[in-house]
Design a protein around this ligand. Sequence first.
Ligand SMILES: Cc1cc2nc3c(=O)[nH]c(=O)nc-3n(C[C@H](O)[C@H](O)[C@H](O)COP(=O)(O)OP(=O)(O)OC[C@H]3O[C@@H](n4cnc5c(N)ncnc54)[C@H](O)[C@@H]3O)c2cc1C
Length: 410
Amino acid sequence: VDVADSPEQAAFRAEARAWLEANAVPKGHPDDFSSGFSDPGYDAHALVDRCRDWQRTLFEAGWAGISFPSRYGGRGGTPVQELIFVQEMSRFGVTNGSFSVAHNMVAPVVLALGTQAQREAFLVPMWRGDDVWCQLFSEPGAGSDLAGVATRAVRDGDEFVVNGQKVWTSHADRSQRGILLARSDPDVPKHRGLTYFLVDMDTPGIEVRVLKEMTGGIHFCEVFLTDVRIPASRVLGGEEQSGNGWRAAMHTLANERAMMGTAPTDDDVEKLFALARRAGRLDDPLVRVALADAWMGARIIDYFGYRARTALGRGEQPGPESSVVKLFYTNYLKRIASLAMELRGPEGMLAGEGDGAYFRHRFLYAPSLGIAGGTSEVQRTVIGDRVLGLPSEPRPDRDAPFRPATDGGR
Ligand SMILES: Cc1cc2nc3c(=O)[nH]c(=O)nc-3n(C[C@H](O)[C@H](O)[C@H](O)COP(=O)(O)OP(=O)(O)OC[C@H]3O[C@@H](n4cnc5c(N)ncnc54)[C@H](O)[C@@H]3O)c2cc1C
């Protein structure tokens, strides 16, 4: 893994930094919106508007999708340049976080597995900041066992008619489009017979209901699908890929886990040191150990990032190793949020302001990371099975048809 910039990379970093200095507000500016939905007072729709404006600025200046092909709206650079740009952008008061599903999960899968028409229709609007996307995978009865998806897609002429319910759909209330996993054939084993659709969220029959979280924010939603008609041309990869959605779903999840484990961490560590200083606890040996642990955790996450990007630079796709990264980041965030609460003492229970409010929000948000994108238990199973090569968990229903095995003949 290469961690030092080569002369070309250093030149790219300098160019990126100069452009950001001229175009982005600095951290701490009254217009700083880089905390995104970690800002306790954030307004979801206003945040989307700001992310959209910033994404358009990036696109127009040629800084969108650094490593994505330029013919589809990206810059056509390398994955390492992408990492450099993300590092540099994280030093400024801006974010394009509302597009994280679009850019990190949908764009790679459409590029790899979409038809030419789908690439042309969807990729440029994603990088231009037109379309926010959401991921309609999980259901009340299918989360860890995603292959248990029961939402039905029935072919009717040139369309599929979809009925069912999704849940935990992040940002569904502010998305223009979604990736949807539905069961098109219940008579084959559960990993087959799934179809992956690219759907417009304003299609008649899609009803979105927001859910309020313990952070006080609204991050995810329930989505009800009633007789939703989706053209067969919206099956990812074309209608001949109907029933082959599992492979695309796995591709999407590996990208999701890689994305979730590579959040920039410098801000958090700096804020923790500031809290400890303010609390007069910098000399406390236990606090010093915890701060050193936080700093090391942040560096380990940086190195995971370098390793992932180096692999991408060699043309490798994120694989099961992304579970290691995601699991580590989940535990890291829980640890630093708990440390911040301890440093704040009883005050930690109050909403507070500034860094205090930020960490209170992180503390309430952190448990969700051990669930979103696959629970920590499931990540450990993936690591055991597919990274370490340990004997697999028994899967008695793997080859049994979905219908009689699990849905009582619906
Ligand atoms: C903040 C947040 C955002 C999310 N955003 C989205 C989104 O945008 N789109 C989307 O589709 N989904 C989203 N999800 C849903 C998420 O992917 C699921 O919640 C997750 O996969 C777990 O599924 P479940 O909730 O059905 O729990 P279950 O699968 O019912 O699991 C319940 C418990 O059983 C354990 N368990 C289950 N199976 C095993 C096993 N084989 N071995 C050991 N333990 C096991 C789990 O670890 C867990 O503790 C989001 C979730 C959160 C919290």
